[in-house]
Design a protein around this ligand. Structure first.
Ligand code: GDP
Length: 367
């Protein structure tokens, strides 16, 4: 192109000849932007082949709030179910700072060395508030995140605890169908989410810390009762004796609990995630538990009970969802609430009116 500025008569700045534009900024960009969408059968085929990209996309559908995504997701889950159920499902909980990510990283590497394939999932209902999950973040599990036999997925972020937990439970099915024989479900040990995790795993591992003075304080009795193994982290350096003392205190406390349904007496071990000490013993314990409960029938019994639990959870979830997304209900709910607040209507009458309205408008639904 001719530049008039380069004419001798032109007194302004000279403009150098430019170079031709490159055809596109990044020739690979297109490939990445265009996300291939598959039919449910293609999803299932990819998952069964262990294709991680397809698995990730299917999990995204499971997590989606969109009605049409859910329909596809449910079809995929149903087709994957016959191939699922064969993994060892382990719940891992502990307060922030207990060392969950450090521990999961070393536990995971230990399992991979033994030839396992590991999926790390999370339930973190608080992530809705922070708009992004704090759990399952790849950078938190540095070694594992580089391994092709490890699949790390952050917590689904939207919805109620029940909704988040259900999505994680469904993701387990897909991971198992994709060939992952061990599944970790991580949660922060501070709220209700432990109960949800407990209802989807075979073994519940509680990470504790020593050296905080009164070790048993702040731990809800319910969480301890759920634990099949209590592991005391950071048993290294000056902290070893304190960790051992804490272990004794936990053992004593556990003796006060009624015997567990499984017939298994929870073990208490000390370890160091950071220095990779005592890890083998923890996995020997988990394997011993699996063997023990498979032999006495508790393993299958618990899985059946969990399946029943999730059926009811799913029914409750769906009904709640359909109710609150019903346009007729949505249009009148705020008014009914006001009437209740002003004592013009009793709570029960208002509830009945809303339910009647819902039942009269059953066909209507929107996302
Ligand atoms: P999370 O919040 O439960 O996931 O805990 P992190 O794994 O992020 O660990 C919290 C802090 O404790 C980090 O600074 C870790 O380096 C440290 N930590 C984790 N495991 C150990 C351990 O075994 N020994 C010691 N001394 N520090 C540890």
């Amino acid at each position: 192109m001719e530049h008039p500025e380069n004419d001798d008569l032109y007194k302004g700045l000279k403009v150098n000849k430019g170079i031709a534009d490159v055809p596109t900024v990044n020739p690979y960009m297109k490939k990445r932007v265009q996300r291939k969408s598959y039919t449910p059968a293609e999803y299932v085929e990819g998952i069964l082949k262990g294709n991680i990209t397809v698995l990730s996309q299917a999990v995204t559908l499971v997590e989606s709030a969109k009605h049409e995504h859910q329909q596809v997701a449910q079809e995929i889950i149903e087709k994957c179910l016959p191939y699922a159920g064969k993994s060892m499902r382990i719940g891992i909980t502990g307060v922030p700072g207990a060392g969950k990510s450090t521990s999961i990283d070393v536990f995971g590497m230990h399992l991979l060395e033994k030839g396992h394939k590991l999926a790390v999932l999370a339930i973190d209902p608080s992530s809705e508030r922070s708009k992004g999950s704090i759990l399952g973040d790849k950078t938190r599990m540095e070694a594992l995140s580089r391994e092709k036999n490890a699949f790390i997925r952050p917590s689904p972020s939207a919805g109620s605890l029940g909704g988040v937990a259900r999505k994680t439970r469904e993701t387990i099915v897909l991971c198992e169908a994709a060939g992952f024989d061990t599944v970790f479900v991580e949660t922060v040990g501070v709220g209700q989410s432990e109960t949800a995790v407990h209802s989807m795993v075979d073994f519940f591992l509680l990470i504790q810390l020593a050296g905080t003075g009164d070790e048993l304080q702040g731990i809800k009795r319910g969480i301890m009762e759920m634990a099949d193994g209590i592991i005391i982290n950071k048993a290294d350096g000056d902290n070893i004796d304190k960790a051992k003392l804490a272990a004794t205190q936990f053992r004593n406390a556990l003796h006060l609990f009624p015997p567990s349904e499984s017939g298994w007496f929870p073990k208490v071990l000390t370890y160091s995630g950071y220095y990779n000490l005592g890890i083998k013993e923890i996995w020997d314990m988990v394997e011993e538990y699996m063997q023990f409960t498979k032999q006495n029938g508790y393993f299958d019994y618990k899985r059946n009970e969990q399946a029943k639990y999730w059926m009811y959870e799913s029914i409750n979830d769906t009904l709640r969802d359909k109710f609150y997304n019903n346009p007729a209900v949505a249009a009148h709910l705020a008014t009914a609430e006001q009437q209740v607040l002003r004592n013009e209507l009793s709570s029960f009458v208002a509830a009945k009116q809303m339910i009647d309205l819902f039942l009269a408008n059953l066909g209507a639904y929107h996302d």
